[in-house]
Design a protein around this ligand. Structure first.
Ligand SMILES: C[S@@+](CC[C@H](N)C(=O)[O-])C[C@H]1O[C@@H](n2cnc3c(N)ncnc32)[C@H](O)[C@@H]1O
Length: 494
């Protein structure tokens, strides 16, 4: 049986001499106008004037482990780049940089990448199940490439891809033209050269995987054979097999199929020796088979130390009957995602103290109280249920932005619905004044320019703490229980 390459993500993968996948332009693949969203302004080309570039802040990278001092010019790469000897990194030409020579001269040296300076990512409507997703040629460079598959909350595909490409750009220019984005699909694919991505630095990615192959259409009568062929062509063995679907309504309709199909595929892969029991020494990669729909499959792998440790990148929580609100699930998930078991027992100990800003009706406070932590709950609204009268809780009907603690506390938690910049400044002040050691807080995302707002809010906190010489750890993620928001963990370190 032939394995037909899915055209959407990146043209036709082929092996280079080093055995790495790279991509050749897929000449037959042309995007049909019908697959494009009619309202083109959704995809804005962001072009800056030299004056705008000059005024751009240099403190805008969200990654603490970024490569210092590296400039990262944009490589829009719509025109075919000049030929480069195989194996060599192609230097961006004036054409591919996306900036004129004049712009380049006016540009300050950058230490990071502004998220608004991104590739022009194309947004296409979610294709009908079973249809091959059309794409224009996705690759136009001789450099070896890696394809990446990222899961995200449906509706955030563009943010997810933009952020990942920005992180790659902070390392070196991204030469490949990027695959189309499928709105509300719950995943994005990107193509990089030799850059790497760090899962813990990505906010919108629920899961980070290297994409090896796409099979579409996947024949209804025999899905197993083409998958086995493609998996067997991959080098090495795998320690875990995860069959996954997008976190969408369509994804939910596939769960019965996944349950039936999973043992068949697992048995066949074990028989062929491709799937084996992992050991700490072997530290084998996970194999992900992702079904965007019933008739296509993306074959990917993840490194256990650079990915989420949960199926579909989702840490599910069950609703505790006693908790006063469903918001409790957000903090429960944040604790699981940001703190490993040892950090949880060190940092969330009985006898500690916390302030909860925007506490009512009490879901977050409840998470602290159940761990034996005393909470000052600040909110004009009422605390409900078991927290309405609780000796572990002092409820103050005050403005969270004006409240000052009598004594410093171990934890600040904050879920106030406010502009992200305003909340970020408040949190930064608490750390600068030494009022708390650790914080978990939400940043609500605006409807438009979400990544820019986030970039500026988190950049503001970093700036505040850096200016005071405070060492810190900051991790930000859009959690499963986050909707139009993200959750941030900030902790002072010695
Ligand atoms: C999303 S709810 C918080 C839910 C809460 N974390 C829970 O788990 O039940 C947001 C809360 O922020 C409060 N809030 C908004 N602005 C505030 C302010 N300036 N000061 C204090 N509370 C505020 C609102 O009254 C509201 O109760």
């Amino acid at each position: 049986m032939k394995t037909k390459q899915h055209k959407k993500p990146a043209g036709n993968p082929v092996k280079n001499d080093a055995g790495k996948s790279r991509l050749t332009p897929n000449k037959t693949s042309q995007k049909t106008e019908s697959t494009r969203i009619a309202t083109k302004p959704a995809v804005e080309k962001i072009r800056r004037t030299p004056a705008q570039i000059r005024s751009a802040t240099t403190d805008n990278a969200r990654s603490e482990s970024r490569t210092p001092g590296r400039t990262a010019p944009a490589a829009r790469g719509k025109s075919a780049p000049a030929k480069t000897p195989p194996g060599k990194m192609r230097q961006p030409t004036e054409k591919t940089k996306g900036f004129s020579a004049q712009d380049e001269a006016a540009k300050p040296r950058r230490t990071g990448t502004k998220l608004t300076r991104l590739l022009d990512l194309n947004v296409v409507a979610t294709p009908m199940p079973g249809k091959t997703i059309k794409s224009r040629p996705a690759y136009a460079s001789n450099s070896p490439t890696t394809q990446w598959l990222l899961y995200c909350r449906p509706g955030f595909e563009k943010d997810c891809a933009q952020e990942a490409v920005a992180h790659a750009r902070a390392q070196r220019p991204v030469l490949a033209e990027q695959p189309d984005i499928i709105t509300d699909s719950g995943y994005s694919t990107i193509i990089l050269n030799e850059q790497s991505l760090n899962y813990s630095e990505l906010i919108f990615a629920r899961q980070l995987m290297q994409l090896h192959n796409t099979i579409a259409p996947l024949p209804e009568r025999d899905r197993l054979t083409p998958l086995l062929l493609a998996i067997n062509a991959l080098p090495g063995k795998f320690g875990t097999l995860w069959l996954e679907v997008p976190d969408t309504n369509e994804g939910k309709t596939l769960s019965a199929f996944i349950r039936r199909f999973s043992p068949l595929l697992e048995e066949a892969l074990r028989k062929q020796g491709k799937l084996v029991n992992d050991t700490p020494e072997a530290n084998l990669p996970r194999l992900h088979i992702f079904f965007p729909d019933k008739s296509s499959a993306l074959i990917a792998s993840s490194n256990k130390y650079n990915s989420a440790a949960s199926l579909m990148g989702i840490v599910r929580q069950s609703m505790p009957a006693e908790a006063p609100s469903r918001s409790t699930l957000k903090l429960a998930e944040a604790i699981e995602v940001f703190l490993d078991k040892s950090a949880q027992s060190r940092l969330l100990r009985s006898g500690m103290t916390a302030v909860d800003l925007g506490a009512a009706p009490g879901g977050w406070t409840w998470q602290m109280v159940k761990r034996g932590i005393r909470v000052t709950a600040v909110d004009n609204g009422d605390m409900k249920g078991v927290l309405a009268k609780n000796p572990m809780v002092e409820h103050l009907k005050e403005d969270g932005f004006k409240f000052t603690p009598r004594k410093s506390v171990d934890w600040l938690i904050c879920d106030m619905v406010e502009k992200p910049g305003k909340v970020a400044e408040l949190i930064g002040n608490w750390f600068v004044k030494g009022w708390c050691k650790h914080a978990i807080f939400n940043l609500k995302l605006p409807m438009k320019q979400r990544v820019t707002a986030l970039d500026s809010a988190l950049g503001g906190i970093r700036k505040q703490l850096n200016m005071e010489g405070i060492n810190y750890k900051l991790i930000a993620k859009q959690l499963y229980h986050d909707r139009e928001e993200i959750t941030v963990f900030l902790s002072k370190i010695r």
